[in-house]
Write a protein that binds this ligand. Sequence first.
Ligand code: NDP
Length: 340
Amino acid sequence: MSDTARTWHFNRRPDGDIASDTLALRAAPLPTPGEGQCVVRTIYLSLDATNRVWLSDWDIYMDPIRLGDPMRGFLLGEVTASRHPAYEPGQLVCCLGPWSDRFVIDGEALQPFPDASGLPLADAFAILMIAGPTAYVGMFDIGRIEAGDTVVVTAAAGAVGSLAGQIAKLKGCRVIGVAGSDEKCRWLTDDFGFDAAINYRTEDLVPALREKAPDGIDVHFENVGGEVLDAGLTCMNDYGRVVICGLISTYNSRDPVPGPYMFRNVIMRRLTIRGFVILDYADRYPEFHAALLEWMRAGSLRYRLDMVEGLEAAADALRLLYTGGNRGKLMVRIGAEPAQ
Ligand code: NDP
């Protein structure tokens, strides 16, 4: 195998949307691993909406990526060489690592990938790494869903949203999804089992929510922000919970984002609004994985993967998340899965 690795680097800070020169793909010799380090061959890279946030100069929940640094993402890979006692060649691992086909990393930054036998590896990575745990924490811990609740999910046809809605259905809630096309709305009701769907591009959101949720909203699971969040706040019930999982409509904003204008409903409806970051829940991943794997194996969770081929396609593919161009969990196949 060649001792050169190809890696995407943060090349120029975007002013608004991610541009063609925001990231740059460079080749460099793979360093020799030191004591405690491993060499990892990347198999899958997860593309996540928050990747854009890491490229901003905002004060965020973790260190932003500095100009010139490797772009970072959630990865599944195979250890090909190890100088760390916990890892050996052939082992499947996941981590927050560089957008690279091969890299050297401290063993302490790796996690063994859970045993997902019986499931396709790509599906297991897509659901278990970020989207599934996020949907789980957002619905149970933050939204505190109860059977009979009316739950609204935005960006509902996406990776997190589609799982969040299905988890609420499994708990016995009535679930309404908001998505950006009639086709995605059909996925919600026909494939993912949502009770109703609203196309925010063609429907007036507040009347549509009042029609689809005539008794009001108990839990609003927000992935979008802006006008979509405002519409949800307008229709909340007393003591409702507003889960701020993501605000994707604002991540490319150059200017401060106004609103929400219906903030007064936090008092009028005695709401709880709470944001969360899934990285804070790392110690509970075994619990999330056990639940998600059980649902996946039982066929109780449906999901769509949007698989992009090749490391070189990663930077362009990331932009799909902010236009609605992705059709399911967006990820990149960078290397082959290990032979069984
Ligand atoms: P998705 O698979 O949901 O893809 C993003 C979707 O967002 C797009 O397909 C599009 O769907 C929708 N969207 C994009 N821009 C807009 C816009 N301007 N207005 C309305 N909808 C828009 O991505 P993820 O599942 O990775 O992420 C979903 C959300 O979850 C993000 O906000 C992300 O930040 C958040 N998240 C939060 C985590 C946490 O720890 N809190 C962890 C992981 C994700 P459509 O076609 O329907 O418009």
